[in-house]
Design a protein around this ligand. Structure first.
Ligand code: ADP
Ligand code: MG
Length: 248
């Protein structure tokens, strides 16, 4: 399924999310076009992960509407499994299955969710391991890989499902500094290939070089939304300036 031309690939309208009395998202409006790369930045606790998780309904919004590829995710009658199949998600913790080889990590969801047969799933697994530069690790177990390699396997696993959209939640935050570059290089390749991406990150160089737009969140609202040049190099708001000054 593809989005009709002119329609955003991801659309968030009036999104609120509370946990008990804690209102974490306080009215988020956001549109992401097909092939657009949007980096979401902001202090810890500002609601970045919750926003990402509301897009694929890992969290249920308290109020508001979310559309992915023109389908309303928040429609109570939606087939949420069908929607989630179109959305790849990569977390800070790689969440690989430790008892399965790299190839098995990639084939299991394809077989379970997409009902691909073994040969087809293995072919797609091999293609995607090649894309992330890890063909030689196909038979390895996750524990024998570096954190950066494990995260690239997690990205390959998501890509093997042929998602329309990729969501990344601080994909490099758990990595040793020397391993960050390889993961960012894979994400840069995806961006260049035209993948629609929403990336929560503190990597300002990546945001500046790869993002079409940067969204700064604080206190559950979007404070700024614009080009990297605008938001990172010339922030309009004091809160953004303060946040950025603490990163540098
Ligand atoms: P960020 O990713 O920007 O650091 P989060 O979206 O993780 O922020 O969290 C925002 C706020 O929501 C925090 O105060 C956090 O404690 C709260 N929160 C997140 N998830 C839950 C949850 N499942 N239950 C209760 N509170 C949560
Ligand atoms: Mg978070």
């Amino acid at each position: 399924m593809t989005t009709p031309p002119g329609n955003p690939e991801i659309e968030v309208r009036g999104l609120h999310k509370s946990f008990g009395t804690n209102e974490v998202l306080r009215g988020i409006d956001l549109e992401i076009g097909q092939g657009e790369v949007v980096c979401v930045i902001g202090p810890s606790g500002s609601g970045k992960s919750t926003l990402l998780r509301c897009v694929n309904l890992l969290e249920e919004p308290t109020e508001g509407r979310v559309f992915v590829g023109g389908t309303e995710v928040t429609d109570p009658d939606v087939d949420i499994d069908a929607v989630r199949r179109r959305i790849g998600m990569v977390f800070q913790q790689f969440n690989l299955f430790p008892h399965l080889t790299v190839t098995e990590n990639l084939t299991l969801p394809q077989r379970r969710v997409l009902r691909r047969d073994k040969a087809a799933a293995e072919k797609v697994a091999a293609e995607n391991l090649r894309r992330v530069g890890l063909s030689e690790k196909a038979a390895a177990y996750p524990a024998s890989l570096s954190g950066g390699q494990q995260q690239r396997v997690a990205i390959a696993r998501a890509l093997a499902m042929n998602p329309e959209v990729m969501l990344f939640d601080e994909p490099t935050s758990a990595l040793d500094p020397e391993l960050v570059g390889d993961v960012l290089a894979v994400m840069r390749m995806l961006a260049n290939e035209g993948m629609t991406m929403m990336v929560v990150t503190h990597e300002m160089t990546f945001a500046r070089e790869v993002a079409d737009r940067v969204v700064f969140m604080d206190g559950g609202v979007i404070i700024e939304d614009g080009t990297p040049d605008r938001v990172i190099a010339n922030p309009a708001h004091e809160r953004t300036r303060h946040f950025l000054s603490r990163l540098l």
